[in-house]
Design a protein around this ligand. Sequence first.
Ligand SMILES: [Zn+2]
Length: 200
Amino acid sequence: MGKEPHHRQLLYTAHVRMFDITVPAGASTLDHSHDRDVVTVALGPTTLRTRQPGEDWSAPRSYVPGSVNVTRYTGGVAVHRMENIGKTPYRVFAVENLREKAWSMPQLIKAAGTTLLQQDRSFAVYEVRLGPSTTRTSHVHQMPTVVILISGSVEVQGGGGESVFRMEANGRWFPSQWDQPHTLTVVGESPAHLVEVEAR
Ligand SMILES: [Zn+2]
């Protein structure tokens, strides 16, 4: 995935790798391979189809902002290309869990405004929605997590006396490490929507 020109690497740690994948309307990627379980998080609305070498295109799939898709690849290799058949740029973040096996089972988070969207052997994916009725959430991730803003604005307070910062634009993100707490507080009148990808 790292050498495909539409994939831009954003993060590479011992445990997690993350890419920004942007494909203009009507364009397609080159064939590229996956060998680690991956979560994709749609930043905008998108319609795409995929094709494996020597096969036909898949049926088109549409995503709304914040849609997530968990795919298992670890233990094998899959090659495909994708084509953006929508009218807007295709933009997703793809988060890989680099572990080959022995995934952990962190405790599921129960916190205000925070909902488990999907879980699998290598990920738990949460959605956070904040607004007038729930303005703030505070929780601890036992495992490395990428927090992605889909819409709205939030103020972020990390653990260990780190300074407060704001995320105000679609696609802003930050990584949090093992056993790291954070508090997210909605800013302004619009509701805030985030997706958190926790690598197991
Ligand atoms: Zn979180």
